[in-house]
Design a protein around this ligand. Structure first.
Ligand code: FES
Ligand code: FES
Length: 174
């Protein structure tokens, strides 16, 4: 098999900056899990289809299994573990209170997506199902249909969707 020269990449993960040399084919998910020991983002499909590898990347929800680590030199990454490092994040608490999980494998990705999408909605960004595009959205606009659409990239094989929806509705203030 051909080998490629490795290159350095700086990644700040949950507040700590690391410089690692990576093969240019290394995904961000493998860099996080295999090189830096962050087990919070999960490898589900490894094909961009399940959302279990979601982190917050520069504040926005982002899949890591299809991202090449080298493309994210200097990025600030927050994992679900990082969100809860200084006490339970309100979204994590809501998942706990509403049984928004069973096995928990999808949960770190679900939590990161929920935090990211709540932030997007609060900043006025519409979704595919937003009806009134004449004004910026607010958290009050997060109907169940809005939440389902904005979370549609995160699958749960245990089918804990009712609890996940309840948790996010509560975290949105509804
Ligand atoms: Fe990344 Fe499934 S592991 S989307
Ligand atoms: Fe098991 Fe979602 S809680 S996959």
């Amino acid at each position: 098999m051909d080998t490629f020269p490795s290159a350095n990449v700086d990644l700040t993960v949950d507040g700590i900056t690391h410089r690692i040399a990576v093969d240019p084919r290394t995904t961000l998910l493998d860099a996080l899990r295999e090189r830096l020991g962050h087990a919070s983002p999960k490898k589900g499909c490894d094909h961009g289809q399940c959302g279990s590898c979601t982190v917050l990347l520069d504040g926005r929800q982002h899949l890591t299994c299809l991202a090449l680590a080298l493309s994210y030199d200097g990025a600030e990454i927050t994992t679900a573990a990082g969100l809860g490092a200084e006490g339970m994040h309100p979204v994590q608490q809501a998942f706990l209170d509403h049984d928004g999980y069973q096995c928990g494998y999808c949960t770190p990705g679900q939590v990161c997506s929920a935090v990211g999408m709540l932030d997007e909605a609060a900043q006025g960004q519409p979704s595919h199902v937003t009806e009134d595009l004449s004004r910026p959205t607010t958290l009050e606009d997060l109907t169940d249909a809005e939440i389902r659409e904005r979370m549609s990239g995160n699958l749960c094989r245990c089918g804990a969707y009712v609890g996940i929806l309840d948790a996010i509705r509560e975290a949105a203030g509804g």
